[in-house]
Ligand binder design. Structure first.
Ligand code: NAP
Length: 262
């Protein structure tokens, strides 16, 4: 299926690893020009080189921290100066630590809101003027099924991500007249470094093997397996394409059926 992404300019946050890297790679395969942003430059360079080698696409690695004022504005301006436009923005970063309501400090709540909610807001504010001017834009926030369904240890994620759902929905309504279409994607258990870390931490606390914990996650999933980052990347590539021209304000779980809501 032709997605019509050739030469589109995409900014992918958290693009050096995991879900962000898989999304960036998929957009590069579709011949988009991709900016990868994250905090560690060596990891970004490595990811950019790998994607370039594999796809032949133009990939620009830029250092950014979604929690820092001005950081995302700089990334977006650099992309716009280089290529004259910014078509696609994917808000993504790391996840907050495992805690409970009682063990989380207020500082941990503040940081989760900075990382996952305000990082999304900052990216949106930086790209909206470009997308409105072009009368074409696609904004995708990577949240979590934890936004809809509390999961053990993920209260910080649930709190911040429920805000992301509300923010992106409001943005979708406000920007629809400008042909800027906005979505939230809700991954379930997707096998990345973060999921492996979460499993290792839990296994350590419970005196078990990380693979046993991962197998237990998989048992909760109707499709019977953990997700692969490519499962998320395929949905995002569709959502940012011309093929998804009549969709906006959606919130789509990519979770093998984990979320039991109707
Ligand atoms: N994997 C899952 O099963 C799953 C499920 C639901 C939701 N999610 C959410 O999806 C997002 C991506 O998950 P993942 O599994 O791909 O995580 P990951 O493997 O830990 O990758 C996170 C990426 O974000 C970057 N990053 C972290 N903090 C950042 C910051 N402050 N500013 C800019 N970039 C930052 C990291 O690079 P640097 O460290 O170099 O900055 C890295 O590129 C997370 O928010 C996670 O909570 C994941």
């Amino acid at each position: 299926m032709e997605l019509g992404l050739r030469d589109r300019v995409a900014v992918v946050l958290g693009g050096s690893r995991g879900l962000g890297k898989a999304i960036a790679r998929e957009l590069a395969r579709e011949r988009a020009r991709v900016v990868l942003a994250a905090r560690s430059l060596p990891r970004l360079r490595e990811a950019a080189e790998e994607i370039r080698r594999e796809t032949g696409a133009t990939v620009l690695p830029l250092v950014a921290d979604v929690t820092q004022e001005g950081s995302l504005e700089q990334v977006v301006e650099e992309a716009a100066q280089r290529w004259g436009r910014v078509d696609i923005a994917v808000a993504n970063a790391g996840g907050p630590p495992v805690t409970t309501v009682e063990t989380s400090s207020l500082d941990q709540f503040r940081y989760a809101l900075e990382l996952n909610l305000l990082g999304t807001v900052r990216l949106a504010k930086a790209v909206i003027p470009h997308m409105k001017r072009q009368r074409w834009g696609r904004f995708v926030a990577i949240a979590s099924v934890a936004a809809r369904q509390p999961m053990p240890g993920l209260v910080l994620s649930t709190t911040a991500r429920a805000g992301v759902l509300g923010f992106v929905k409001a943005m979708a309504v406000e920007l629809a007249p400008h042909n800027v279409l906005c979505h939230t994607v809700l991954p379930g258990y997707i096998r990345t470094r973060r999921l492996e870390e979460l499993a290792r931490e839990r296994a350590g606390r419970e005196g078990r093997e990380p693979e046993t914990v991962l197998a237990e996650y998989a048992q909760q999933i109707p499709l019977g397996r953990l997700g692969d980052p490519q499962d998320v990347a395929d949905l995002v590539a569709f959502l940012v394409s011309d093929r998804a021209r009549y969709l906006t304000g959606t919130a789509i779980p990519v979770d093998g059926g984990l979320w039991r809501g109707i």
